[in-house]
Design a protein around this ligand. Structure first.
Ligand code: SF4
Length: 234
């Protein structure tokens, strides 16, 4: 069963079929780059409440799109890869959008594998529920709070920022190993904005902050045109 989940954290049905309810858009069976120094399988969860300017996988955003990989494939992969894989990374989309994530991470841990999580922090309360079973988090913090909406393109002026920074505080308080990542969108962020964000993160206690260059491949035609126009002006 695929569970349609609304952006509000309170308006979500509870799936009745555990990890099998996870809507999965894709599965990478072996990856060396999704969790630093770990060999993992990566599960891409379908659906995201945000509409980031630079999102390079538009097809993964719609929460109404059903999954195309059954959880049983992940289960079978893990059964065959004991001693070969260090763990599973849940990525997306936004994996914390789906309540079935909790069952999935618990199943992975019970099978003896580590759990990594890529998240933008859109659902802090759901993140708090899964954190006890997570070994490492790659958390996207996209901008200083006042510029968040210019990137996520949803909600009120600070809605997505409040969720993301609340998630950051939760992860830092939990003691779970975390890498904070910022994709630098040059159509929104100046060098001074990036420096401001780095300083804010350092003040909050972030020790591992990585800047990522934006990639235009797979982004919307509007974003590609904006980047071309920007290049033409430079
Ligand atoms: S949070 Fe990630 S998946 Fe969601 S829209 Fe932004 S870039 Fe795309």
């Amino acid at each position: 069963m695929t569970v349609a989940v609304a952006p509000s954290e309170g308006a979500v049905r509870t799936p009745s079929d555990g990890a099998d309810g996870l809507a999965i858009a894709g599965l990478t069976r072996m990856s060396t780059c999704d969790w630093p120094d770990h060999l993992v399988a990566t599960v891409f969860a379908q659906g995201c409440p945000w509409r980031c300017t630079y999102c390079h996988n538009q097809a993964i955003i719609d929460p109404r799109t059903p999954g195309v990989v059954p959880w049983s494939q992940v289960r079978e992969l893990l059964a065959a890869r004991h001693g070969l894989l260090d763990g599973v990374v849940f990525s997306g989309g936004e994996p914390t959008r789906q309540l079935a994530l909790l069952d999935a991470v618990q199943e992975v841990r019970a099978a003896g594998f580590g759990v990594g999580l890529h998240t933008g922090g859109a659902y802090p309360r759901r993140l708090a529920r899964v954190l006890p079973w997570v070994d490492w988090v790659g958390l996207d913090i996209k901008a200083p709070a006042r510029l968040y909406r210019a990137i996520t393109q949803v909600g009120g002026p600070t809605t997505s920022a409040e969720a993301a920074f609340e998630s950051l505080r939760l992860v830092l308080a939990s003691g779970v190993d975390v890498q904070v990542r910022t994709t630098v969108d040059p159509t929104v962020l100046t060098e001074a904005d990036v420096a401001e964000l780095s300083a804010v993160l350092a003040d909050l206690g972030v020790r591992d902050h990585v800047l990522q260059e934006v990639r235009t491949q797979g982004t919307s035609p509007q974003y590609q045109a904006a980047m071309v126009a920007r290049g033409a002006r430079a």
